[in-house]
Design a protein around this ligand. Structure first.
Ligand code: NOJ
Length: 547
């Protein structure tokens, strides 16, 4: 086992060395290469780190099992930090790690300040934080505040009678509706009525998700205090921030339940709490797929980041077409009206939606081009574990059909795929052998090698994390082109939406002087007067340094 891991580590470091070959050609006059490693260290230090980090969403249950019980755990994840860092990952977001009856894969929290015994102990989390921080990596936790598990002691108490001290900690009603809870009564995605009868109280409780996930009542100041205390507990332990689950849904009203002023006020309190600690950041799971703007407040008082799901969950459709505008419109729409400095979080998948492999209808260049946009457009990229391998879905569900995209990581070719020495909690996805890290790390044409080169190209370049983004519309409607500028440099990203023939486009108002320098991918670019003429191969993409 250890030998196999050592061999894999060696293999990874060889690919890492090869991956910088895109960068090895001598720079044209005037484009000297600074020390990118030193720049990356500087950009990833201090309060703005989250703009420059590449974040990796980890389902602890499926990352690495350390004790042979078939369930991934915190010590296992800690042992895989070298591989994740070799990929180019700077920060982790862990899906919920709290104790849970597992009605919603951990999004049903039974204890806000504990660790799920399947995953380890608080000491194991401390060890993960220490190991990550020693490598300059960060760890963010999922904070699930809208609801608890029905097994949480708060709910157990609340449901016991109508007059106990926590009777008002959840949203109760005599009937399966309430005039001041205007959120509908049926949760289609979770296949359940939104109100469930509790016999002890002979009242109904409100739940936006499964019946085992009662909504907390944020109109009760004790709930506000208790949940902020939970966040403080983890900040005191040294976590670097939070991914905040369906945070827009905290408070209900007659007119609606999404980011109403009372919810925004809570978010401001949460932000003020984070600001008491140095270098912490939080990202909102937006429930609005059109725009992330409501989550940013004035740019300083709410979220550091919010997911752009308009692109992140729907890119499969525009990439099945040939219109570059279909992508640029999605990227622009979400940001319209955002305060200065607002940072979107860019994804091409998550634990909630089909694997990128499925969204791309199994066409590799589609998920690769989408990932290229994710890494080069304005925002912070969040990679869902396994995307770097082109992981394919599973066929078995334990909790619900989202388990198809939550299968164990195949680290090696062999049985158990280096994930476990036992029986995995759920079978591996399709093609685990050829999509294993071991198989892909040795192949320069693999998804893994692609991701590693792409992340290396982004690294230490301020323009990507914090620069401006300007879309350029040339005469080929199939070429998506945008310029990123910042840190005294400028870059041009081009992507062809055409899968049949090369595309040539004439772009005007492109920054810089002299011939662009190709950093990643394949395309040609030449200045002609004031224009830049770019030719991109079918299904192609390229990143140029302009200045
Ligand atoms: C969003 C999470 O991403 C999803 O997995 C979960 O089921 C719901 N929130 C409820 O917590």
């Amino acid at each position: 086992m250890h030998l196999a891991r050592a061999a894999l580590a060696l293999c990874l470091s060889i690919v890492a060395a090869c991956s910088t070959s895109d960068d090895a050609s001598p720079p044209p006059t005037g484009l000297a290469e600074p020390d990118r490693a030193a720049l990356a260290r500087r950009l990833l230090t201090g309060p703005e780190w989250y703009r420059h980090a590449v974040v990796y969403e980890a389902y602890v249950r499926s990352l690495q099992d350390s004790n042979g019980d078939g369930v991934g755990d915190l010590p296992g994840l800690t042992s895989r930090l070298p591989e994740l860092q070799a990929l180019g990952v700077d920060a982790l977001w862990l899906m919920p790690i709290n104790p849970t009856p597992f009605a919603d894969s951990g999004y049903d929290v039974a204890d806000y300040t504990g660790v799920n015994p399947d995953y380890g102990t608080l000491a194991d989390l401390d060890a993960l934080l220490a190991a990550a921080h020693a490598r300059g990596m960060r760890v963010m936790l999922d904070l699930v505040l809208n609801h608890t598990s029905d097994q949480h002691p708060w709910f157990q108490e609340s449901r016991a009678s109508r007059d106990n001290p926590k009777a008002d900690w959840y949203v109760w009603s005599d009937t399966p509706s309430r005039a001041d809870v205007g959120c509908g009564t049926f949760q289609a995605q979770f296949g359940a009525e939104a109100w469930t009868l509790s016999k002890a109280r002979n009242q109904y409780y409100f739940h936006r998700f499964y019946p085992g996930q009662p909504d907390l009542n944020y109109r009760n100041p004790q709930v506000v205090k208790a949940t902020l205390d939970a966040a403080r507990f983890w900040l005191d332990r040294g976590v670097d921030g939070f991914r905040c689950d369906v945070i827009g849904l905290l408070v209900e009203s007659a007119d609606g339940c999404d980011m109403i002023p009372e919810t925004q006020a809570y978010i401001r309190q949460l932000r003020a709490l984070l600001d008491e600690y140095p270098d912490r950041a939080m990202v909102a799971e937006s429930t609005n797929y059109e725009t992330a703007v409501p989550y940013f407040g004035d740019g300083h008082d709410m979220f550091h980041m919010a997911f752009n799901f308009g692109f992140g969950y729907f890119w499969g459709f525009p990439f099945a077409g040939t219109e570059a505008r279909a992508v640029s419109d999605k990227l622009e729409a979400s940001r319209r009206g955002a305060p200065p400095g607002a940072q979107e979080a860019l994804v091409i998948g998550s634990h909630d939606v089909s694997r990128a492999y499925v969204a791309a209808q199994k066409v590799p260049s589609r998920w690769r081009r989408a990932a290229f946009v994710q890494m080069t457009a304005a925002g912070t990229p969040f990679i869902y574990y396994g995307e770097e391998l082109g992981l394919r879905p599973g066929k078995v569900k334990v909790v619900d059909s989202r388990d198809y995209q939550r299968t164990p990581m195949p680290w090696t070719r062999g049985p158990g795929h280096g994930f476990t020495t036992g029986t995995p909690w759920i079978p591996f996805g399709e093609g685990a052998e050829e999509t294993s890290l071991e198989a892909e790390a040795g192949d320069p044409a693999s998804d893994y090698a692609f991701y590693q080169r792409l992340l290396a190209a982004r690294r230490g370049r301020e323009a990507f994390g914090a620069g401006t983004m300007t879309f350029l519309h040339g005469d080929s409607p199939a070429v998506l082109a945008f310029e990123r500028a910042g840190g005294g440099e400028a870059y041009l990203a081009v992507v062809s939406m055409d899968e049949a023939a090369p595309q040539t486009t004439r772009l005007s108002a492109v920054g810089g002087e002299g011939e662009p320098r190709l950093l990643f991918g394949a395309a040609t670019a030449a200045r002609e007067g004031d224009a830049l003429v770019v030719t991109v191969p079918a299904e192609g993409m390229a990143l140029f340094r302009l200045r």
